[in-house]
Ligand binder design. Structure first.
Ligand SMILES: [Zn+2]
Length: 194
C-alpha cells in the first residue's frame, strides 16, 4: 500500500512538473498531415536508442515541414549518413526542435546551405551554427521539405525536442503516454497536448 501511495505521488509530481514544462499548444505538428508514428522514442536500434519520433510522410518525399513554434534556425547540418539534411530550431521556452532526413530546405535557408556547399566544394557541410538574427522563424512557417536523406530506411520525418542548454532529448510522447492514449502509435491530437 505504501509503495502504491509512493507511486501515486510520483505520478502526480511528474504530471504537475510536465504540465509546467510543456505549455499546452506550444508546439504544432511540423507536418500538415495527421501524425502517424513509424517509430517511437527510446526504441532499441542496432547500436543506439532511438532519440526522437519518426513521423510517417505517406511514403512520399517533399512534404512541407513547418516550424513547430516561434524561434530561430540555430543549426544546420548536411551529412551523407546519420540525420542526412537536418535543421534545428531554438525556441524561447528553453527547447530546441530537430527535423531530420529532409530533402531540402526552404527559400533563403536552401540558398544559404547551397552557398556553403559550393564554398566548401562538398555536399557535407558539417555543423553550421547560426546566430539568432540570421533566420528567425514563426510558428507554422515553411522551413524545409521532408525526405529520405542520411541513414533513413524510407521517407519520413525524424523529429526531436531537446533541452537547449543540456542537449538532453525530451520524450515528445511523454504527456501523451501520461494521458493514457489508447493507441500511442497513431494519435492525431498529440500536438495539442504538447
Ligand atoms: Zn528517427
Amino acid at each position: 500500500m505504501k509503495q502504491l501511495f509512493t507511486l501515486f505521488l510520483f505520478i502526480v509530481t511528474i504530471t504537475c512538473f510536465s504540465q509546467k514544462k510543456y505549455p499546452k499548444n506550444y508546439f504544432r505538428n511540423p507536418l500538415e498531415i495527421p501524425t502517424i508514428f513509424a517509430g517511437t522514442f527510446g526504441e532499441l536500434r542496432s547500436n543506439h536508442f532511438h532519440s526522437g519520433v519518426d513521423i510517417k510522410t505517406q511514403g512520399k518525399e517533399g512534404l512541407k515541414i513547418f516550424a513547430a513554434a516561434d524561434g530561430y534556425v540555430s543549426r544546420i547540418k548536411v551529412a551523407q549518413f546519420g540525420f542526412g539534411k537536418a535543421l534545428y530550431i531554438t525556441h524561447s521556452n528553453g527547447f530546441t526542435t530537430v527535423y531530420a532526413h529532409l530533402s531540402k530546405y526552404a527559400g533563403e535557408i536552401e540558398e544559404y546551405v547551397k552557398s556553403i556547399q559550393y564554398k566548401k566544394e562538398n555536399y557535407q557541410t558539417g555543423n553550421i551554427f547560426l546566430k539568432e538574427g540570421k533566420f528567425p522563424v514563426k510558428k507554422g512557417e515553411l522551413v524545409a521539405f521532408s525526405g529520405d536523406t542520411g541513414g533513413s530506411g524510407g521517407p519520413h520525418l525524424h523529429f526531436e525536442i531537446r533541452d537547449t542548454k543540456t542537449e538532453n532529448i525530451i520524450n515528445p510522447m511523454f504527456l501523451a503516454l501520461h494521458l493514457q492514449i489508447p493507441n500511442r502509435l497513431q494519435y492525431n491530437r498529440f500536438w495539442y497536448i504538447l
